[in-house]
Design a protein around this ligand. Sequence first.
Ligand SMILES: NC(=O)c1ccc[n+]([C@@H]2O[C@H](COP(=O)([O-])OP(=O)(O)OC[C@H]3O[C@@H](n4cnc5c(N)ncnc54)[C@H](O)[C@@H]3O)[C@@H](O)[C@H]2O)c1
Length: 328
Amino acid sequence: MRCIVTGGAGFLGSHLTEQLVAMGHSVAVIDDMFRGSQKNLLGCKGMDDYYLLMGDASNRDLYEKAADKLGGVDCVYHLAAINGTRWFHERPDFVVQVNLDTLRVALDFAITRGSRFVFTSSPEAFGEQPEMPLTNASDSLFSSASEHGRHSYGASKYLGEVLVQHAVSNNSLDARIVRPFNAYGPRLPGNAYGQVTGIFLDQCRRGVPITIHGDGSQTRSFTWVEEAVEGIRIAGELDQGLDGSRLTGAAFNLGNPEEVTIAELANLCLEITGSSSEIHFQEVGHPGDSRRRVPDISQTQSALGWSPFQSLEEGLRSCWRWLQAEHP
Ligand SMILES: NC(=O)c1ccc[n+]([C@@H]2O[C@H](COP(=O)([O-])OP(=O)(O)OC[C@H]3O[C@@H](n4cnc5c(N)ncnc54)[C@H](O)[C@@H]3O)[C@@H](O)[C@H]2O)c1
């Protein structure tokens, strides 16, 4: 396949690009390096059929340039977005703008070119829905916008799914939706604008307290990055589901159904790194944080043949080895 990967220099995007290239696909990455980096893609540099276009994924010209380089486009994997919880609170305006503007342009390009489309949504599209596991029939539940901006991200993903479904029904776009659940692995940002696993491991490395928002009993479903991107890749590769189902307009949860509390994650990070960091519970955390996030993956298993196998402990050990190599 000839693929465009928007956000391909980021955490998931760079692993996806590597996997696509390794499987023999041609890839053009579009990324403005807001949170991505060329370093993430060093493994692909110089390879035949790999191209990097640096710029804004809401600029249509870049897609046309990518198509010229690839000689056509079979599939657009749309990952470009503003991710990282702190941004959702500090710049909800920017989060909504980038996440929807880039999607609109990517969708429009795929519609006019007749390319397949894979949209990377999120379990945050369900907001604070308390009933688990999350299925395609789950309702989205967002707290009042006057309280905080947290749901700028989740709501942008919800609206993204609405736009994608509209393009499926009105423009015959062959689009599929994937929702990775807390993917973790090498290259996950560990700074204040990063994600929880990267942040905890980096706090262990620096010997500073591990900061838990709230009492740490909230749970997440941690998914090994190689497995998460395998699901994203397959969602774009298959013509129809392995069970014969129609993939156009289908949405797939990509998450490990095993629930882990944030306190358990912190303790596992301490154990694996041997760090003497203390755990600090911060009463005022990020408002709007969902209590639990558990995926129903039955459809993903039957249609994509996808299941997660990597244990959290093994995955964290790999992350730790990578982090140590990054900071010798
Ligand atoms: N990491 C996860 O566990 C997870 C979970 C659910 C959904 N997602 C979604 O998967 C996608 C990738 O997430 P990630 O964790 O790799 O985040 P990331 O921040 O590492 O990757 C996003 C990439 O998009 C790029 N980008 C941002 N704005 C852009 C713009 N205007 N033009 C071009 N590029 C732009 C960034 O530079 C970055 O490289 C996002 O859409 C995210 O919402 C991720």
